[in-house]
Write a protein that binds this ligand. Structure first.
Ligand code: PLP
Length: 494
């Protein structure tokens, strides 16, 4: 990392005449480019190859990532992304094909999509799966549109009410509102489950459905999930499952078996494809047989079974009452290749072990910190748990201070202030890939910070101290975003 206090931009590094590539001498006649398309004033940086490499490598090192440190960001499942996924995604047969090629020329890719649909369906207990949505939130929108289409197809137009528990991720109310449904919030009971009495009171003939996250964002498995689904079904509604927390359930529980009708997966969480800046996401949606005809088109199907003489044939089909297309072409195919690689690498027993270790690691961490940090719902947790970053005898300290201080020790902070129903929430999800040593070191650091909260609160208020950037003004950082890289005065002097 550069030790100056300003990281120059690529334009500042530029010097006329420097080059990263040399084109071979042209052997075709030169032609003039259309003048209208050329911008004389557009400055293009001129740099040699190694300057470009250093610039971007330096920038990449300003960030925390799952490849350089522990990343217990609750609900996001920041698990390690195995590098073999990248190798398969780059195989020419997958990377150098075009979505408009005739099916006969891309049987391998369609076969992989078909198998992924089947595996996801088998893992979660659903009859049909679409791979099109680009993220979890996009899967939610797709699923809620399917629920709406189902009611409309039955002439049941009055069903416009979607119930969303108060522990839900913000995308749930957003998806139901975007679909034109009316969102009604449901409270949680004192064990962190959906409040059954409140649910019963909303079960009438205007009910379109319920969106439930299980395990929920408190890291708790809803103990009444069967009854919740049954109540919604009896009232004529459908149940949407937010599958973002599937990392707790692989090979152990199938949401389709507990009565959920539609559910999205986050391949970039549970199935180890990169998050956010590391690549596009993918949010496949699984449905019951009854809802399969509403899935987006195109859907990959095996149109000819394998025989002794011939291979199976895969093609794209349009479900009968499809809600339409939700994404260009077939979704983020490269992510599907990575996720399928992950499933094949682990197999049935390996996938189950993923969830067993994810749950074990979270409970181990919870046990190490629970005497120091208040855990509002002290039950066995699933793959994550929620603690509170606040103590009565350290009144000035908030969850944010604890998170910022964790960065000084090389840890990514947990999720803060979510779920909204827990004041000063610290939502911790270690994932299955962390060693006992890492978990111990993290817990030890949390205990040390709890001590500092009493002995040296200023240190927490001003943290982080050892990162390229110190404490940011969160409001200003969002409203006056500076996209130019700039290190603070005095950084690296020490
Ligand atoms: C991550 C998450 C989502 C949204 O998924 P994206 O892929 O980020 O759009 C929805 N619900 C829960 C519980 C989540 O953790």
């Amino acid at each position: 990392m550069t030790k100056s206090n300003v990281q120059p931009t690529i334009f500042e590094l530029s010097a006329p005449g420097r080059k990263g590539v040399q084109f071979p001498k042209s052997d075709v006649p030169t032609a003039d480019l259309p003048k209208d398309f050329l911008r004389e004033e557009l400055p293009l940086p001129e740099l040699s190859e190694h300057e470009v490499i250093r610039h971007f490598t330096n920038l990449s090192q300003l960030n925390h990532s799952v490849d350089n440190g522990f990343y217990p960001l609750g609900s996001c499942t920041m698990k390690y992304n195995p590098k073999i996924n990248e190798e398969t995604a780059r195989l020419p047969g997958f990377a150098q094909i075009h979505p408009l090629q005739p099916a006969i020329t891309v049987q391998g890719a369609l076969g992989l999509m078909y198998e992924t649909q089947k595996w996801l369906g088998e893992i979660s207990g659903f009859d049909a799966v679409t791979l099109q949505p680009a993220a979890g939130a996009h899967g939610e929108l797709t699923g809620v549109l399917i629920i709406r289409a189902y009611h409309r197809a039955r002439g049941d137009e009055k069903r416009v009410k979607m119930l969303v528990p108060d522990s839900a991720h913000g995308t749930n109310p957003a998806s139901s509102s975007m679909s034109g449904l009316e969102m009604v919030e449901l409270p949680s009971d004192e064990r962190g489950n959906v409040d059954l009495e409140a649910l019963k009171a909303e079960c009438d003939d205007t009910l379109a459905g319920l969106m439930i996250t299980n395990p929920n964002t408190l890291g708790l498995f809803d103990e009444n999930i069967h009854e919740v689904c049954q109540l919604v079904h009896e009232a004529g509604g459908l149940v949407y499952g937010d599958g973002a927390n599937m990392n707790a359930l692989l090979g152990i529980h199938r949401p389709g078996d507990s009565g959920i009708d539609v559910m999205h997966f986050n391949l970039h969480k549970t199935f180890s494809t990169p998050h956010g800046g590391g690549g596009p996401g993918s949010g496949p949606v699984g449905v019951t047989a009854e809802l399969a005809e509403f899935l987006p088109f195109p859907q990959v199907a095996m149109t000819k079974e394998e025989t002794e003489e011939t291979l199976p044939f895969y093609d794209l089909i349009t479900p009968k009452q499809s809600i339409g297309r939700v994404k260009a072409f077939h979704g983020h195919f490269g992510m599907v290749v990575r996720a399928f690689t992950y499933m094949l690498t682990l197999g049935k027993n390996g996938l189950r072990a993923v969830s067993e270790y994810a749950v074990l690691n979270a409970n181990y961490l919870q046990a190490l910190v629970k005497d120091t940090y208040h855990i509002p719902h002290e039950r066995l947790c699933m793959h994550e748990f929620v603690a509170q970053g606040h103590w009565e005898d350290a009144p000035g300290i908030r969850a944010l201070d604890i998170s910022k201080r964790l960065m000084d020790f090389g840890f990514h902070p947990p999720t803060n202030y979510f779920p909204l129903i827990i004041p000063e929430a610290l939502m911790i999800e270690p994932t299955e890939t962390e060693t006992k040593d890492t978990l111990d070191a993290f817990a030890e650091t949390l205990l040390k910070i709890a001590e500092e909260a009493r002995t040296d609160p200023e240190k927490l208020h001003n943290a982080p101290h050892r990162t390229p950037f110190g404490r940011l003004d969160e409001v200003k950082a969002a409203k006056e975003l500076i996209l130019r890289t700039q290190l603070p005065e005095g950084y690296g002097e020490d």
